[in-house]
Write a protein that binds this ligand. Structure first.
Ligand code: ADP
Ligand code: MG
Length: 381
């Protein structure tokens, strides 16, 4: 089901017609026949947009619009005034009473849809610009480069959370990188590109319910949204507004959102970073990775992601004996290492072979313990 639209009109024919046009595009319709009903339904149903007739017996559209704007529950809902009153003075009153658009009847269905879509996109953009207070704690996992174990970390921490401090709560693991997507495989799930199916929908059609319906549920309870493992550049890219809208809708519903961000600061990740409460930067303890991590930290600071919101995770691909130690890394990057994940080549191999995260395959192993510790730390933030 798509975005919810409240249609207010005292004329039943008009109401039916608008409803049918919108329903055909996948929108959910809530109908009201007068001003009083409109207010009740707006407060109760929290629609994503309101289409409001002006001339109605009792409370007219202008008054409804003012009341909606004055109430914190409905103050920012996009409102289209849709009326036969096409005089300039009527439009001015409509806009002054808080409507975003003023359309006159009759209108071609395609034009009405275009306005609805545009307004929903504008609202999504507006929301994306403001840092929201989401229900979910949002944690980003960013690699200083590819192959350092970012996805492995995100997968294992999500399971450790769902099984540990976040037991009974909702944990979602997302990625927005079509191509090179490994999350589903790491969970032993069949990649079915649920991400692309969401992105194919108009942004106004996205809501928490639609998004959750596309997510895979791992037996541990972790909800997974993943792309497909195809070569990078061959899959359709994700519009950053869609990515942010998905995270935001879900963030109103679940308790934890973990995002595997890969290793770039492109447009999608930059828009997601606005939602992130805490960012884990994954580094490997050798010179080249540290130089890249240094550049990443500097770029993040330039994006207003202060160092207090960033924690380093040291992932050892190679045995510790041939790597730089924790102190050296901290001194070089001038940043505290929050967690160390020990090398476990054999376990990593088995885990990939069997599609079982390390924390499940060998719960007593050292990395499993380290993943659980990190999950504890994140839940305490
Ligand atoms: N602690 C570890 N010890 C040894 N190998 C690991 C460890 N963590 C991950 N790996 C392996 O490193 C490779 C890259 O991991 P992945 O999580 O896909 O990295 P990224 O997401 O950063 O590209 C994989 O083959 C994975 O099995
Ligand atoms: Mg990865």
């Amino acid at each position: 089901m798509g975005a919810k639209i409240l249609v207010v009109d005292d004329d039943l024919e008009s109401l039916k017609l608008i409803g049918m046009i919108l329903q055909a595009k996948g929108y959910q319709i809530v109908a009201a026949r007068d001003g009083q009903q409109a207010l009740e339904k707006a407060f109760r149903e929290a629609p994503d947009l309101v289409i409001l007739d002006v001339m109605m017996p009792g409370m007219d559209g202008y008054a409804v619009c003012q009341r909606l704007r004055a109430d914190p529950r409905t103050g920012t809902i996009p409102i289209i005034m849709f009326t036969a009153k096409g005089q300039l003075a009527d439009k001015v009153i409509g806009l002054q009473s808080g409507a975003d658009e003023y359309l006159t009847k009759p209108i071609h269905p395609r034009e009405l849809i275009a306005h609805v879509e545009a307004l929903l996109i504008r609202a999504a953009r507006f929301q994306a610009a403001a840092r929201p207070s989401l229900k979910a704690k949002v944690i980003g996992f960013l690699g200083c480069k590819g192959g350092v174990g970012t996805s492995t970390l995100a997968v294992n921490v999500s399971v450790a959370l769902a099984r540990g401090p976040a037991q009974g709560k909702k944990v979602a693991l997302l990625e927005f990188r079509p191509g090179m997507s490994t999350l589903a495989l790491q969970f032993g799930l069949k990649p079915r590109d649920n991400l692309q199916r969401l992105v194919d929908q108009p942004i106004g059609a996205l809501n928490a319910e639609v998004i959750q319906a596309q997510m895979d549920r791992h037996p541990t309870g972790v909800m997974v949204l993943s792309g497909t493992p195809v070569p990078l550049g061959t899959a359709k890219s994700i519009p950053s507004l869609h990515a942010a809208a998905i995270a935001r809708h879900l963030g109103a519903e679940v308790d934890y959102i973990l995002i595997d961000m890969g290793a770039d600061l492109g447009e999608v990740n930059r828009s997601l970073l606005k939602l992130v409460d805490y960012l884990l930067l994954v580094v490997e303890p050798y010179r080249i990775a540290l130089l890249l991590a240094q550049a990443m930290l500097a770029a993040l600071e330039g994006m207003d992601i202060g160092r207090h919101r960033v924690g380093l995770v040291l992932c050892h691909g190679a045995p510790a004996a041939v790597s730089l130690d924790r102190r050296t890394v901290e001194e070089f990057l001038q940043q505290e290492v929050k967690a160390v994940i020990s090398p476990a080549a054999e376990l990593a191999f088995q885990s990939a072979e069997q599609g079982q995260p390390m924390v499940l395959l060998q719960p007593e192993s050292v990395p499993a313990m380290q993943f659980r510790q990190l999950a504890e730390f994140l839940s305490s933030l």
